[in-house]
Design a protein around this ligand. Structure first.
Ligand SMILES: C[S@@+](CC[C@H](N)C(=O)[O-])C[C@H]1O[C@@H](n2cnc3c(N)ncnc32)[C@H](O)[C@@H]1O
Length: 225
């Protein structure tokens, strides 16, 4: 499978194919910890009553976490198959099919925004972050939850997990073959320091990050400047 950055159409087709196994793969790959990371992301940026955009919402679990934190949530994704599963989980949340690189919302439409395991897949990371900045009003809060590559002791275990076991799991699950794309997409993604800088360049200030699971996952937060 492709090892470089996939064009947007390739990414959309890939997620349409992954959709039936996506939630199960998430639980297995993260041994269920993803729920906790999503709750932490929502808690970091959502205040009760906020209008919240969850961009690249996929099957909707982070959008649901934002709704539980008190947000009035819109979930956006360009994969109809992923959205189809999200719609089954909540009728309170507004589910929108659209492109994260050309958000169909006016400037300043939201007080908070989140992206869970989504920015890594964007064909243009900088443009995706600038779009999020645009639809947030000044002072709006952004939370980006994403896989990252750990340094130090965990690094060799991580390599075995991501470069061998995850693609293997993908082969045995129906429709999961597209998971062989995952290690490549993580490998070319900026580390936590570099992602923080890309967020600053896109118009966010007070950018910070915290690491989960020994540095395998990072939560970046920033405030629209
Ligand atoms: C790995 S999934 C993450 C789903 C969900 N946020 C979660 O936390 O499980 C990445 C999602 O990003 C979506 N995506 C990637 N590029 C996109 C774009 N340009 N516009 C809209 N959605 C996009 C894919 O369709 C996919 O559903």
């Amino acid at each position: 499978m492709e090892t470089g950055r996939l064009p947007a159409e390739g990414v959309r087709t890939m997620f349409d194919r992954i959709a039936p196994v996506y939630d199960a793969m998430n639980r297995v790959m993260t041994v269920g910890l993803d729920r906790r990371w999503r709750a932490a992301t929502a808690a970091a940026v959502v205040r009760p009553g906020d209008r919240v955009l969850d961009s690249c919402c996929g099957t909707g679990d982070l959008a649901l976490a934002c709704a539980r934190a008190g947000g009035r949530v819109t979930g956006l994704d360009f994969s109809e198959q992923m959205l189809e599963r999200a719609r089954r989980k909540s009728s309170e949340i507004e589910w929108v099919q659209g492109d994260a690189l050309a958000l169909p919302f006016e400037d300043g439409s939201f007080e908070a925004a989140t992206v869970g395991f989504g920015v890594r897949n964007l064909a243009d990371l900088e443009l995706g972050l600038r779009e999020l900045r645009r639809v947030l009003g000044e002072g709006g809060r952004l939370g980006v939850l994403e896989i990252t590559r750990p340094r130090g002791l965990l690094a060799p275990f991580y390599r075995v997990w991501f470069d061998a076991i995850v693609p293997l799991l993908g082969k045995v699950l129906p429709g999961g073959a597209a998971y062989s794309y995952l290690p490549a997409s993580v490998r070319r993604f900026p580390g936590p320091e570099d992602l923080a800088q890309v967020m600053r360049d896109a118009g966010f200030e007070d950018v910070r990050y915290r690491l989960f699971a020994g540095g395998i996952v990072a939560l970046h937060t920033g405030v629209a400047a």
